[in-house]
Every structure is written in C-alpha cells, then in structure tokens.
Design a protein around this ligand. Structure first.
Ligand code: PSV
Ligand code: MN
Ligand code: MN
Length: 422
C-alpha cells in the first residue's frame, strides 16, 4: 500500500482521535508510559493463517490467498504496515518451502519483519517420507520412526538459523485413541529421549517451546497433553526448553491465567499461541469469545514479568495461531492483533499498588473492582495513538476495506487459490 494512502486516511480521522485521546490522557496519569510499551510490542503472524484454512468438513476459498512463501511475507508485511504491531512471522515446515533463505530473509527485512519461532510438523506424512506417523512420531515404538522425526526437527532448526529465527516450537499429535493402545510411561520416555536429541542440536541462543494440547487428533491420551507434562519435559531438558501455551488447547474452563502465572514464576513460560475458542481448539479470533479471560492472562503476564524485571516485548514469544473459515484471514488477523493490544493495554492500566493492598486485606470486592475498572476502560485511543506514532493506520481494518485489498489480491492471484500447506 502506498504511504500516502495511510497519511490521507489518518488525516481524515485525526480530529476525532485527538478528542478521544485527550480525554483518556486527562483521566490517567501514566498514558505515555503505556504508549512506550505498546510501541515496542510485536506479534508474530503464523504463515499458515494467511489463507482460508476451513475445517475438516470443507474449505471455502476467499480468493487471492498467497501461493507461496514470498506472497505470505507480502501479506504479513501489509498487516504490519497497517498496524505496525505484526513485525514477525512464524513459519511451519514443510508447509513453508524455503528455496533460497538468503532471498527470503532479505524480502522479510524489506517489510520490516523478522522470523519468530519455527514450527516442525510430524503430525502428517509427507510425500516421499519413509515411515508413517500414524502411531506417533517422537513417542513411536519404533526407533527408526522416532529418528526420522528427530532429523526433521533438526532440519527445521537449520532452516531457521539461516533466517535468523531463534526458537523452535514442537507440537506433537502423539498420543493414543483407545485405552490400552499405549504404555504411557514408555511413550513419555521415548518422547523425552527424542526431545533430548533435538535439544542437543539447538544453538546456544535458541529456545525450544513445547506446546501442549489436551486432545485431537488423539482422543484418549495426548503425550504432551497439558502444562504439567510440558513442564516435566522442559525441566528435564534444561534451561533452553520452555512450555508454550496455546489458548485453545485446554479442557473446558481451565484457569489459563493461573497456569501462566505459575509457569512465569518457574521461568518456564516460553510463549503463546493466541486465539479464542468456545468449544475446543477452535482457533478463532483472539478475544472474540472471552475477552475478559484474555485480559486476565495479560494481567498475570504484566504482574509476573514486572516482578522479575523481564522486558515485556522480548521476554516471551508472542505468536498468534488462528484458522479461518468464514472471514477474510487478513481482516481476522487485524482483529486479533487489535484485541491482544487492547488486553495488554488494559492490563497495563491496572492499579497494581491498590490491588496488592486489597489482596493483603482480603478485600475481595475491591480486588474485583480494580480489575474490572481496568477491563472496562475504553483504551482504544491509546492503542491507536501508539500505532499512529509508529507510522501505522488510525483504523487498519477500515483502511484495508477502503483500499479494497482483497479485491486487488484476487485480481493479482486469482479467485481459486489454495493456500500452500493448508
Ligand atoms: C495444533 O492444534 C496447533 O495449535 C499447533 O500449534 C500446530 O502447529 C498448529 O496448530 C498449526 O495447525
Ligand atoms: Mn498452536
Ligand atoms: Mn491448535
């Protein structure tokens, strides 16, 4: 998008924004401090979320989806140009095919993007693969299958190194579908040994994120089924191994904010896959179902990171994991980024000193009032101001529509596109 389109759009909305921003500045003393944190905060967009994923029942193409990694980078660059908060991309191998890492790195840099966590894939069989992952990968009863999966992960590390990534996310579909199918302890030990081999290949400045999920595609047991199992692996592996929390991977009503708080305390929280869900691993827009939960998670993050003196922007891997069935993926990702920035801002607005006193006094009512006061504060003008100062658009979604971006992408790429890897 041309720079002047953003400037024109911003000019049109400036007076209205200024009025709303002046009001919030008159209400809160530390708005500038909040803005300086928002300016630094960046989210990684998953390469697999740029196209219409659909569900296992079907996929309805919106058209204009990226046909290769270069086009995915272009799309994420566009999001970043609009909101200046999507400055990273998370790749999934082999869904993303990197033919020339030097050129890919240069292209990403052109759009001011860097490479966040690399994701390996041992939950699908790929063409030409010798052994099948039908009965697991790193947990498999056959060492040759485990070895194949280990080598794939090491290859992903090599690809990530060439791009300047510094982390590997491992999500395993491993588990069992029926009682009796698996010896739980043997599956755990096999997985641990496999992870140890991958961990040994991890560069010194890299982190390994172990993502857990309670169910699907296995519906009886999951070998990394919850944060307890993930933490066990991470502790046994060493200082470079961390737990990754995907918000949609819990059993119903799990208290995710408490999980986050304790993992942070143990220095074992590595990062996030943000999304929202109503039933299971729905991969819906962040904050579309449970915005209060998203705020409570950020409340724990801000409190926990400040207690340790950890930099909010760089301390954790901030990634989105989403899928799209009925919405334009780019519009949906703009919504997700906005929802995350709002929740983060609201958490920064919590009167932490007052909350600590209320907690010490067991004043339950006051504790709730303090949290809900921050949650119910309209912080949109603060997020907008931070975005404007970074050179982004006042209203990214509105400008995306004004500029008819999807129509332009369809004209360039066609209406019957199948996003690579989905
Ligand atoms: C699994 O459900 C997951 O959340 C993992 O992060 C995968 O790598 C991702 O989805 C992509 O489908
Ligand atoms: Mn995930
Ligand atoms: Mn998932």
């Amino acid at each position: 998008m041309e720079k002047h389109h953003i400037e024109l759009h911003n000019e049109k909305l400036q007076a209205d924004h200024q009025r709303r921003f002046d009001f919030i500045v008159s209400e809160y003393a530390h708005v500038e401090e909040v803005i300086s944190k928002l300016i630094k905060f960046q989210l990684a967009i998953p390469s697999w979320a740029i196209g219409t994923g659909g569900t296992r029942f079907g996929r309805f193409s919106i058209g204009g989806e990226p046909r290769n990694l270069e086009e995915k980078i272009y799309d994420i660059g566009l999001l970043h140009q609009l909101n200046r908060a999507s400055g990273a991309i998370s790749l999934h191998i082999p869904w993303d095919e990197i033919n020339n890492s030097h050129a890919i790195k240069a292209l990403a840099a052109h759009y001011d993007l860097h490479f966040d966590a690399m994701n390996s894939n041992t939950f699908q069989d790929q063409q030409g693969q010798v052994y099948s992952y039908k009965f697991g990968s790193l947990q498999h009863v056959n060492k040759a299958v485990r070895q194949q999966a280990i080598e794939h992960n090491i290859e992903v590390i090599h690809q990530g190194k060439a791009l300047g990534s510094e982390s590997l996310t491992i999500w395993l579909a491993d588990g069992s579908c029926f009682p009796g199918q698996l010896n739980f302890r043997r599956a755990f030990q096999n997985t641990l040994e496999s992870l140890q081999e991958i961990y040994a290949a991890l560069p010194d400045n890299w982190k390994m994120f172990i993502e857990y999920k309670a169910f699907e595609p296995n519906f009886y047991s999951a070998t990394v089924g919850d944060w307890g199992q993930s933490l066990l692996y991470a502790n046994k592996l060493g200082a470079k191994a961390y737990t990754l929390v995907d918000l949609g991977h819990h059993l119903p009503n799990a208290n995710i904010e408490q999980i986050v708080s304790l993992l942070l305390m143990e220095d074992k929280l590595g990062g996030f896959h943000f999304n929202d869900s109503r039933y299971g691993d729905d991969d819906l827009t962040a904050g579309c179902m449970k915005p209060y939960q998203l705020f409570l998670i950020f409340n724990e993050l801000v409190e926990g990171m400040d207690a340790k003196g950890t930099d909010h922007a760089t301390g954790l891997g901030w990634m989105i994991d989403a899928s799209h069935n009925v919405k334009d993926p780019l519009e949906d990702l703009l919504q997700s980024v906005e929802a995350i920035m709002l929740a983060y801002t609201q958490a920064l607005m919590v009167d932490r000193h007052a909350l600590t006193i209320a907690q010490q006094e067991n004043d339950v009512v006051r504790c709730q009032e303090i949290l809900q006061h921050a949650f119910r504060t309209d912080v949109r003008a603060i997020v907008q101001e931070a975005r404007l100062r970074k050179g982004g658009a006042a209203q990214p979604l509105a400008l995306y529509r004004e500029q008819q971006i999807r129509k332009k992408l369809i004209n360039q790429r066609g209406s019957k596109t199948v996003a690579i890897g989905l």
